[in-house]
Ligand binder design. Structure first.
Ligand code: HMG
Ligand code: MG
Length: 301
């Protein structure tokens, strides 16, 4: 039987965070976000990143995380994982409150995020890389206490929109620190979709000097249509977990520059196809995924 490759759909989080507010200043209705998540539940993905507990001043589109979680009570099937982004202790308190209100671990994985680029880290979280790691200390401690898994994102693993090329050793360095702190998995983000086969392989070679590929996730944005070749390079390097976003929505608003809006994630549809074509199993139901991608497009139209 073919090896299973894990897919996390991040469309409710990465997919929606970059969507502009409507003309009247309102975000996408919370019920629409819940509808997208409900549709993703039928697709066979292993995990859904459902929202962010970040400052609504920084990400106005996801200021309804508490309300969204209430709509998701009793919806998570056995074996499915729900993760959510947390930047600091304040976000962790909100996540734990959402779980308390659900009466269960509605969110079973905490996703913290930092970067391999100092400039991006400052722009995205108003903190240097070392400061972000300090902020994570109480978050990790509480996650461990509550037996929640920890995903740690490292952004700009290939290039930074402000600093340009990022050295693979810089990615390895911050990844190793996060693992030493207790992260269960390191999610390597090609934030602006700059990667190709060679640069992805070089970055992964540096990281896997310190971290086994079984603890890595690859999070690709698809600016130049090269995300698929990066998936193949990562599969060859032993990575068995990837993020995608239904309909290819997504982007970090703080990776946008004056001339370029941050690019969308690799579409989960494309990701599933590439993984299957490479001979691995994903449990994806293509018809259900097409329906979810249509909903993702409808709610952002
Ligand atoms: P700050 O302004 O330095 O924080 O932001 P602060 O501590 O000074 O607080 C400012 C205000 O925010 C205060 O409110 C706090 O209470 C509030 P005020 O007193 O002014 O009314 N606040 C919060 N509110 C709700 N939830 C919280 C929270 N924390 C503070 N958790 C901060 C620092 C980290 C909060 C901010 O920079 C932030 O929220 N950044 C998030 C940016 C973000 O979400 N970016 C997108 C996700 S990352 C990404 O997309 C990349 C990824 O996909 C991988 C890849 O592609 O590379 C993961
Ligand atoms: Mg991203």
């Amino acid at each position: 039987m073919a090896d299973h490759v894990r897919i996390t759909d991040v469309s409710p989080r990465d997919g929606l965070q970059n969507e502009p507010l409507r003309a009247d200043g309102s975000p996408i209705p919370t019920t629409d976000k819940a509808k997208l998540i409900q549709s993703l539940l039928t697709t066979g993905v292993d995990e859904i990143e459902i929202t962010s507990f970040v400052s609504p001043k920084w990400i106005p589109q996801l200021g309804d995380a508490d309300e969204l979680c209430k709509l998701l009570h009793n919806t998570k099937p056995n074996g499915m994982s729900f993760s959510a982004l947390v930047p600091n202790e304040r976000g962790m308190a909100s996540l734990l409150q959402a779980n308390e209100q659900a009466g269960t671990d509605l969110i079973d994985k905490v996703s913290v995020f930092t970067a391999a680029s100092e400039t991006f880290s400052k722009k995205n979280t108003n903190a240097a890389i070392a400061e972000t790691l300090q902020r994570f200390e109480p978050v990790f401690a509480q996650a461990k206490e509550q037996k929640l898994a920890i995903r740690a994102y490292v952004s700009c693993v290939i290039e930074c929109p402000f600093e340009g090329i990022i050295l693979p050793e810089a990615v390895a360095d911050v990844s190793r620190k996060l693992l030493d702190m207790g992260a269960d998995e390191i999610d390597l983000g090609d934030t602006i979709g700059a990667g190709c086969t060679e640069t992805t392989a070089a970055m992964l070679a540096a990281v896997t000097n310190h971290i086994p590929p079984s603890k890595l996730v690859l999070h690709l944005h698809d600016t130049f249509g090269r995300a698929s070749e990066c998936v193949r390079a990562a599969l060859a390097a032993g990575v068995r977990s990837f993020d995608g976003s239904a309909a290819g929505l997504g982007g970090c608003p703080y990776a946008s520059t004056e001339s370029t809006r941050a690019p969308g994630n690799i579409a989960t549809e494309t990701l599933a196809f590439v993984i299957k074509q490479a001979g691995y199993d994903t449990r994806i139901d293509n018809e259900a995924l097409t329906k979810a991608a249509t909903i993702a497009q409808e709610i952002t139209a």
